[in-house]
Design a protein. Structure first.
Length: 151
């Protein structure tokens, strides 16, 4: 019975996805260790404050973002999640080379892979992977001109 209870209890990754979908920055921050590191295509964030800033930035560019877990595997202290994120780009978003892309009003749907290392039921490290070309194309941008709009 103890094993079933442990398996049914939400882990740090589950709590993070719930907090992201609720746009609850305090709850997001509580999912990480104080020294956590998050590596994403846009940034390397070290510590809770920088990680919170990254999530706040993403919500500014994509305020209605929702993540759906498509698959999950747990291997000891490693959690791997395949997710689908969907949102409308309705605010500023950090693009290539640090340029800020203003709202395009375009809807995006992006598959991603998240790898978490867990310590004491908190996220110690996070690696987020997604196809940047996919998101840029859906936003109507090209990579050849530094992320400018398609003609």
């Amino acid at each position: 019975m103890g094993e079933q209870e442990t398996a049914a209890r939400p882990d740090a990754a589950d709590r993070l996805f719930e907090a992201i979908n609720a746009h609850d920055l305090d709850a997001v921050t509580r999912c990480y260790t104080p020294q956590a590191v998050a590596v994403t295509p846009e940034i390397v964030a070290e510590g809770r404050e920088q990680i919170a800033s990254y999530h706040a930035h993403m919500w500014q560019g994509f305020p209605g973002v929702k993540l759906a877990v498509m698959g999950k595997a747990v291997f000891g202290d490693l959690i791997v999640i395949e997710a689908l994120g969907a949102a409308t780009h309705s605010g500023p978003y950090l693009g290539l080379g640090g340029d800020v892309l203003q709202a395009t009003g375009r809807r995006v749907s992006i598959r991603s892979c998240w790898l978490f290392t867990i310590e004491d039921d908190l996220i110690a490290s996070e690696r987020l992977y997604y196809d940047q070309l996919q998101i840029f194309t859906q936003l109507g941008l090209t990579l050849s001109d530094g992320g400018g709009p398609l003609p």
